[in-house]
Design a protein around this ligand. Structure first.
Ligand code: DGL
Length: 255
């Protein structure tokens, strides 16, 4: 079984890509909704939450852990790799591909403060920016939209535009979805920035998960998907249904 977690519902965007590459593997997804959002939390707290989520998933039988969250990856990927006895797949904003494709020399990264202010992101910029200007935009309001399943409508459209339009005015031609919540708003983002190239690392992460699953000889199962939350399953359910496109049974996770 492959275990994936995020602060909330954003990681379902990664689950979707993993599911389409590995349709017969059994997946378990944990949304740490009781502690969402991770973006503004201190690094130490995100690390503790990430360790708790991973331990819970392993106790359920996960043999590979996927940190389906940029913020938790930035805070805790190394610690999880050092402490866990199973492989850990982490993620980071797709800055490198964005820098390769920009023609204007301006790329925008939509992410949380935890990701954008972290050491890992500073290292990415230092290694790859190469004269390209990186515009960082912290978007807690967009995380909130996705958590409540508000993926369309006038309020969501206006909020997305408020984050994206100033970037286009600053000559940005490439937008990095540096938070796993934002693929759920991709349509609105593309409407607000019709000319921009949008980069989502979800497919690349899924490819890496497939590689790791092969390397640990993880046999396909029957393609089940379990979904759990540390919050209230009834509160989370409508958001899950909107993001996933159909209702999923949601278990209560506690530790
Ligand atoms: N989905 C998360 C990420 O990729 C974090 C959102 C949040 O909890 O602030 O960074």
């Amino acid at each position: 079984m492959i275990g994936l977690f995020d602060s909330g519902l954003g990681g379902l965007s990664v689950v979707r890509h993993v599911r389409s590459l590995l349709p017969l593997h059994d997946l378990i997804y944990l949304a740490d909704s009781a502690f969402c959002p991770y973006g503004p939390l201190p690094r130490e707290q995100v690390t503790l939450r990430a360790l708790g989520c991973a331990d819970w998933l392993i106790a359920q039988g996960a043999q590979v852990i996927v940190i389906a969250c940029n913020t938790a990856s930035a805070a805790a990927a190394e610690i999880l790799r050092a402490r866990l006895n199973v492989p850990v797949v982490a993620m980071e904003p797709g800055l490198k591909p964005a820098i390769e494709v920009t023609r204007t020399g301006h790329v925008g990264v939509l992410a949380t403060s935890g990701t954008l202010r972290g050491e890992r992101f500073a290292n990415l910029v230092e290694r790859f920016a190469d004269g390209v200007e990186v515009h960082r935009v912290e978007c807690p309001a967009l995380v909130e939209l996705v958590e409540t399943g508000e993926l369309s409508g006038p309020r969501a459209t206006a909020l997305v535009a408020a984050h994206v339009v100033p970037l286009i005015a600053a000559d940005v031609d490439t937008l990095v979805l540096g938070c796993t919540h934002f693929p759920a708003l991709r349509t609105l983002i593309a409407e607000a920035a019709p000319q921009a190239m949008i980069i989502d690392t979800g497919p690349a992460v899924a490819t890496q998960v497939a590689r790791v699953a092969c390397s640990v000889v993880l046999e396909p199962g029957s393609g089940t998907l379990r979904c759990a939350t540390t919050g209230d399953p009834a509160t989370v359910a409508p958001g899950v249904a909107n993001i996933w496109g159909s209702e999923l049974p949601i278990e209560q996770a506690t530790w």
